[in-house]
Design a binder for this molecule. Structure first.
Ligand code: NAD
Ligand code: ZN
Length: 342
């Protein structure tokens, strides 16, 4: 089969002819129909500091995908040949303290598909049954391939109720853009989105943003106050990983409001805890991964019902061989979600 390997500690990935993986007793072998490039894959491709510390080449990258089960291991019961599946990429152990108390997303022995074990940028991938999610056969393959990041967005937006709320969402990257659609689908009343890219802000409008602001040229907090009768927004959603955006967000949320943080910062950040958090009595949620499988159920329902149309976020599609074009678009941020077809 064709597979996209991280072969060496350095920039790039290599497409190589590779044996089809052998399916373990607890695994299913999946023929990958569509894979989607995540920011993590880009980090592995460019070989940033995180990748240097975490990735041990050689490994097949990729973890967001949809495909068909072609073979199952001896102990597999829940999925069968022919099922159309995607996967939770957080491979939890199932027996640590966090798993036992119902939080596998923060498992103490977490392994990640395409990071710790061979991933989905290939014609076939072997995945443990316990992390497989069986999709409705009627859902579009392209949409099914981005349910994992859509789950990030769902958890960030729905950490508390969003219906009837005014929202500032910082960072209109692929996941933030999905977050705009989720906030809209669940009944947010005014959605203000900030980014540095007009290209991405245009997609945010298509996803349901009411007001878009380019943080390069305007004072985000001033716009938010103008748009909310001087009160500030009820909810702040951070999807950028920018310290600047985090400060915009904390200053734009009204006293008593809620903030959810998904974006990952390159370094530790400085915020004014007294004035922007404590005296404002706001609630801050750190979000990691998704609730397994509660979030997947919500994501499936959103896509199956047609309540959420994610098509504006999917901007490019390439054959696996042309992965370089996809990575370049992601690197220059001139894309939403980029899909690869093995
Ligand atoms: P991305 O890097 O493609 O998007 C980030 C966006 O933020 C970009 O469009 C950029 O222009 C914008 N931005 C930068 N500075 C800004 C500022 N000052 N104000 C407003 N916008 C600004 O990322 P993505 O793939 O959409 O992922 C979003 C974030 O979520 C990333 O930080 C990623 O690392 C993180 N993430 C976290 C988890 C988790 O489990 N917590 C999972 C996946 C991704
Ligand atoms: Zn565990």
């Amino acid at each position: 089969m064709k597979a996209l390997w991280k072969e060496i500690a350095g920039r790039g990935l290599a497409l190589k002819e590779t044996p089809i993986p052998r399916v373990g007793d607890d695994e299913a072998l999946i023929k990958v129909k569509v894979a989607s490039i995540c920011g993590t894959d880009l980090h592995i491709y460019v070989w940033n500091d995180w990748a240097k510390g975490r990735i041990k080449p050689p490994i097949i990258a990729g973890h967001e995908f949809a495909g068909t089960v072609v073979e199952v291991g001896e102990n597999v019961r829940r999925v069968k040949k022919g099922d159309f599946v995607s996967a939770e990429t957080h491979i939890y152990c199932g027996h640590c303290f966090q798993c036992l108390i119902g939080h596998p997303e923060i498992c103490e022995n977490l392994k990640i598909l395409g990071v710790d074990i061979n991933g989905a940028f290939a014609e076939y991938v072997a995945v443990p049954e316990k992390v497989l999610w069986v999709n409705s056969p009627t859902i579009k393959e392209e949409f099914a391939s981005i349910q994992e990041p859509l789950g990030n967005a769902v958890d960030t937006v729905l950490a508390e109720d969003i219906a009837g709320k005014t929202v500032l969402l910082t960072g209109a990257g692929p996941i933030g853009l999905l977050g705009v659609g989720v906030a809209r689908a669940f009944g947010a009343t005014k959605i203000i989105v900030s980014d540095l890219s007009d290209y991405r802000l245009d997609i945010a409008k298509k996803m349901g943003a009411d007001v878009v602001v380019n943080a390069k040229s305007v004072d985000v907090k001033k716009i938010v106050l103008d748009e909310t009768h001087g009160h500030g927004v009820d909810v702040g959603l951070e999807f950028s990983g920018s310290a600047h955006a985090l400060n915009d967000l904390l200053k734009s949320v009204r006293p008593g409001g809620r903030v959810s943080l998904l974006g990952l910062f390159d370094n530790s950040v400085s915020i004014d805890f007294n004035d922007d958090v404590i005296f404002k009595k706001i609630r801050i949620y750190g979000i990691t991964g998704r609730r397994i499988f509660e979030t997947w159920n919500i994501v499936s329902n959103l896509l199956n019902s047609g309540r959420l149309d994610v098509s504006p976020v999917i901007t490019h599609k390439f054959p696996l061989e042309e992965f370089g074009k996809g990575m370049e678009l992601m690197e220059t941020q001139m894309s939403g979600k980029v899909l690869l077809i093995p």
